[in-house]
Design a protein around this ligand. Structure first.
Ligand SMILES: Cc1ncc(COP(=O)(O)O)c(C=O)c1O
Length: 392
């Protein structure tokens, strides 16, 4: 089957695709049509935290699919109840009620609505370089002009303030502010961790002015940064937590967690046909149990430190900076990152970009040290080659 031609012909063509068809995955590896193996530091863009086709998740999906696939939240359901209990157990203290949905951007949409509903205020303060999704509400919080300007006017009353700048946030948060929305580590914006002092100062400004703090842990959640949720690094608790990506082992799912402060929400003011469906919930239960049983957050911290150490030891003059937390790692290059990612693909390693000069690594948390060694050796070879030979 000429699957590339078919996809190119019949999809709207809006994605910037790489010339690779992936047809199978296991753990931290994927295979193309010809059977060639790759180490996958893309992982569906930070989704396959428990590994591709994790056997416990596969089993849970198979069993649930044979029993009940769809059940709207008009009714109660056993898989959903189990999923909600698990989320309550692993999310930060105070987050104890959840709205289930189907993607990251949908979680952010709901979070913004809940914040406006709870406070009766409109204004949302977001960060420069922040990324929260591309539907109109979350796009209003996303910073990059190239995504926003073609669709203006967006939702009014959104402000963008420099990340990690406590004084600017303090000025921007006022008595009209419904919420501040922040990523603990900016992902799409270049893998930039927040400083604990910044997070603590924003938390205090929100408390002082009655604004809610929405932490967007869609990319940083579920062990990615070396803790179950990245806010645990800073000792800061959110009022609203958005989750997606790694939550259900690869099955589409998002969730919004809320603290008591959010209060009671108006019935039917936010709904989703597929939200809380039994198939996704069963996959989430298996995923979250595996994360806890294998202590993947700790593994992520240890393997991330090892990975970053190996990268630092490489000491390439073409690298400007290596940064990240756990297995969320960015390498800022002194040149465009696209050709390097292409050269890595030829070496059998899949990596992401985060902006024009940053290579981003979001491997499954089950990646082995040997696989990390292979990735680092491939990068060392690519960066040792003259720049012209890494170009397309
Ligand atoms: C921090 C953050 N928020 C929101 C989103 C949007 O999620 P989705 O692509 O599932 O809509 C992403 C996706 O990369 C993200 O990284």
């Amino acid at each position: 089957m000429d699957l590339k031609r078919i996809e190119d012909q019949f999809s709207v063509g809006i994605y910037q695709k790489r010339d690779l068809s992936i047809v199978r995955g296991q753990g931290a590896r994927v295979w193309d049509e010809a059977g060639r193996e790759y180490i996958d530091c893309v992982a569906g863009v930070g989704v396959a935290n428990v590994g591709h086709c994790n056997p416990a998740v596969v089993r849970a999906i198979q069993e649930q699919a044979a029993r009940l696939i769809t059940c709207n939240e008009l009714f109660y359901n056993d898989a959903r109840a189990r999923c909600l209990e698990r989320l309550d157990r692993i999310t930060p203290e105070g987050i104890d009620r959840f709205f289930l949905c189907n993607s990251g951007t949908e979680a952010v949409e709901g979070a913004i609505k809940f914040a406006r509903m709870a406070t009766g205020r409109k204004r949302v303060v977001a960060a420069m370089r922040g990324y929260h999704g591309k539907t109109l509400g979350s796009l209003s919080a996303t910073w990059d002009k190239k995504y926003r300007e073609p669709f203006a006017p967006l939702v009014p009353d959104f402000a963008h303030v420099p990340y990690n700048n406590a004084a600017e946030f303090d000025k921007a948060i006022d008595q009209q502010t419904a919420a501040v929305i922040l990523e603990p580590v900016q992902g799409e914006g270049g893998v930039r961790p927040a400083s604990p002092e910044f997070f603590q100062a924003v938390r205090k400004a929100c408390d002082d002015r009655g604004a809610l703090l929405i932490l967007d842990e869609i990319q940083t959640g579920f062990g990615r940064t070396g803790r179950m949720f990245a806010c645990e690094h800073f000792g800061v608790l959110p009022d609203i937590l958005t989750m997606a990506k790694g939550i259900a082992g690869g099955i589409p799912m998002g969730a919004i967690g809320i603290d008591r402060r959010v209060g009671e929400l108006e019935k039917q003011s936010h709904t989703s046909t597929f939200g809380g469906n039994p198939l996704a919930c069963a996959a989430a239960v298996a995923t979250l149990d595996f994360l806890v049983q294998q202590d993947l957050p700790r593994q992520s911290a240890e393997k991330g430190a090892y990975f970053m150490g190996r990268l630092r030891d490489m000491g390439s003059p073409r690298i400007r900076e290596i940064r990240g937390l756990g297995l969320m790692i960015g390498i800022e290059l002194k040149e465009k990152a696209g050709p390097i990612a292409q050269a890595m693909l030829r070496e059998g390693v899949l990596v992401l970009l985060a902006g024009t000069t940053v290579l981003r690594f979001l491997p499954p948390l089950v990646i082995t040290r040997e696989e990390i060694d292979t990735v680092v050796s491939a990068l060392a070879r690519v960066l040792a080659a003259p720049p012209a030979s890494t170009a397309e």
